[in-house]
Design a protein around this ligand. Sequence first.
Ligand code: GLV
Ligand code: MG
Length: 362
Amino acid sequence: MTGSRSAKDFFRPLAVGAPTPLTEIPARPSRAIHFFDPSNPKMAAKVPDLVGTVDVLLGNLEDAIKADNKEAARQGLVDIATETDFGPTQLWTRINALDSPWVLDDLTTLVPAIGHKLDVIMVPKVQGAEDIHYVDRILAQLEAKAGLDRPILVHAILETARGVANVEEICGASPRMQGLSLGPADLAADRRMKTTRVGGGHPGYLVRQDPPKNDVGVADVDAKRATYQQDLWHYTISRMVDACAMHGIYPYYGPFGDIADVVACEDQFRNAFLLGCVGTWSLHPKQIAIANRVFSPSVEDVAHARRVVAAMGDGTGAVMLDGKMEDDASLKQCLVMVELAEQLAAIDPELKKQYDEIGTDA
Ligand code: GLV
Ligand code: MG
């Protein structure tokens, strides 16, 4: 949405001399957004070794950084960004919330110092389009002053009830909008959900098989019955995916706090991948490998997709492959898979080898 601005003005810079806004957000692989605390010297020292092993490195300034460390984290990020060559890895940051006393200094420090290296700024607790407009204008002013030649993109965390209610207008609030992440911890609190977990499921949120009936047709409610745990985040992720797709930007899962439970983490990530998300956060190095695996299409899926593309010729009509109908629509589904595989292969030589070897499943 453009508010009261004319559509013609939407892609004009918001400050004299600021870079021209992009009309399309590039599909850069971002399977894992790996969070680090720039105020923690041990973590900071590991950053150069992570370059090239993860699609996105994110210097976190918001929650999980103690109030006493906010300035050290900001300065630490400036130092790390200045000293590190990030090569193919993107550099993002999560700034403090817009209602905090730190955020203005975050922006006025980071953009002049390392704006040329920052790809995306993640804004937490976004409530509506007005929050994006605020950041949009300040970034334009700072970019103009710093002489940047490309706009820094903005990513919003969806973690308030109002933010969810306004998700479409948030995605469309600026040409800078790159994507959305789910913030299940803050969102649970804001909605007064009754889970204390950071992301993931809950054993109480389930459906139960119907009770068996006895000889006279009476339901035996005490019989042992199967239960199936449900995904607490399904609704929100689905809304995010639609809002992002509608605006040509990218949806992400967020944090999975139970670092030890790599199995449930993988399940949660995969649900998000299947629903349309392009990546997730990583809070521990072992979650990077999980995210890279889950958010890369399997070689089997890529082989199948290539086979359908080859069989569909000019893309119209229908063909039967292994007893299954394929048509214009399933071709489009397959093209999503093939295009993603190509983007990932371009930055991940190991994956490229796997995709090249398999060919098609013909
Ligand atoms: C992330 O910021 C969350 O609140 O889950
Ligand atoms: Mg949060």
